[in-house]
Write a protein that binds this ligand. Sequence first.
Ligand code: PMP
Length: 446
Amino acid sequence: MALTASGGEVNDKPLLQVLPDGFYTPRLSVMANNRTHDGIRSVFHLEQRPGVISLLAGKPHSSTFPITSLNFTVRDPANPQSEIPIELSQEELEVGLQYSPTVGLPALVDWAYGLQEIMHGRKVGEGWKISIGNGSQDLIYKAITALVNPGDPVFVEAPVYAGVIPMFQTLQCEIIELETDSQGICPESIFSALENWPISKPKPKVLYTVPYGCNPTGTTATLERRLAVLELARRYDFLILEDDPYHFLYYGTSPRPPSYFSLERGLPEAGRVIRFDSLSKILSSGFRLGFVSGPQAIVRAMDDHSTVANLQPNSLAQVIALSIFSRWGYKGFSEHTERVSEFYRKKRDVFQAAMERHLAGIAEWTVPEAGMFMWFRLVVDAGENDSDSVIRTTALERGVLALPGTVFYPNGRKSAYVRASFSQLDEKQVDEALKRLREALLDGRT
Ligand code: PMP
C-alpha cells in the first residue's frame, strides 16, 4: 500500500492481467450492441489534422456569442482566507463556449487520469478509459443502459440510492436487494441469491454499490467486505458499478479503505469495476460534472450513448473546472477536499450530538464516517415497523421533512428507518428539526 496525496491508501501491486475487449461484447446490452454511429461526431477528430480546412461541423461562430470575458475568484486551498483571481484566456473562453469532444476536454480527461493514478494507483494505458459526463448520474444511467437488457436480474445493495431505482425499474429488471450492515454489503446475501439460481436463467451481470458514506445509510464498506465482493464478482461473473460521489467526504478516524477500482490491481485480472466520480460535492453540483473510469469497451459504449443523448458534457463548466485545477495542482486539490471533508465531519458531529439529545431511546443509529447522511431506525411504537406514515404525515405536520426508509427499497419493503441529511443546516436548525421530530414520534405513538 502507498500513501496518496490526500492521505488515503492505494493498492500499488502490479496489475497482472486486464480482461480483453472481447470479454465485454456479450455483456453489453442489445441497445449498446445495436447503437449506430453518428456520421458527424465520428469524424470530428479529423478537424485537428494539420493542413485540413474543415467544412464539417455546424458550429456557430463564437464572435456571435455575447460573452466576451470571464473573470472569477477561487479560494486559495493553502490559505482559504485569500482568493486567487482567474481570468480565462480568449482561447479558453472560446473552447468553453463551443461544442467540444464527446468524452470531455482532453486536458480535463488527462487531469482525471492523473487523479485516478494518485487516488487509486491505476495507470493510463492499462486497458481502461475515462470519459467525462454531465454529472455522475448521467454516466451511471449510460452504464446501466450499456449493460442491462429489459428484464435482466441485477444486484443492488439495499437500501440503495433512490436515484438508480427508476433506471432499473424502467427496464423492468428483477432487482435483487443485497443485505447490508454497518460494514457494507453482506457477502452471504450474494451467495444465497445465487445458490439456487436456475441453470437456464441468466445470472445478474451487475452489482450497484456506493462504497463510501453510502446514500442513504452513511456506511463506508470495510476492506474485508470489498475484497469479498470483488472475489464473488470474479467467481459469479458480474461487474461492479462503484458509484463514489462521497469519496472525498471521508472523515473517518482510521485510514480510508481502498476503492474497488484500486483493489482490482491486486487481483489476477482487472476489469470488473466501473467507477463513477463526481465533482458535485467538491466543486459545484450545478456544474454537472462527473467522470467514469472503466473498461474501454464499456466506456466506449457509453460514449456512443452520449453522441445521441446529449452530444458531450458542458464545455464551459469543464473549462472553468480545468482552470481551477491547473491553478491548484493536485496538492491544492487535496488540501481543498480535506477541508471539505472536515466541514462535513463537523456537521456530522453537530447532528450526532443533537440526535443524542433528542432521539436517544427513540431511535438507533450508527455514526457515519463519510458523506452527509444519518440513517436511523425508529424504535418507538410510532414507527417501529414502518416509518413511512409518521415521517410523511406527523413529522411534516410538525414542520420537519425527512425521507422514510421505503424510498430506498425498490421492491416495496417496509422500513423503520429514516434518512436525514446534515449537509445544509446550522446548529440551531438541527436542534429545532430534531426537537420537532422527537415530538412527532412521541405524538404518533400508538
Ligand atoms: N450517486 C449518488 C449515490 C448520489 O448521492 C448522487 C447525488 N445525489 C449522485 C450519484 C448524482 O451525482 P451527480 O451530481 O454527480 O450527478
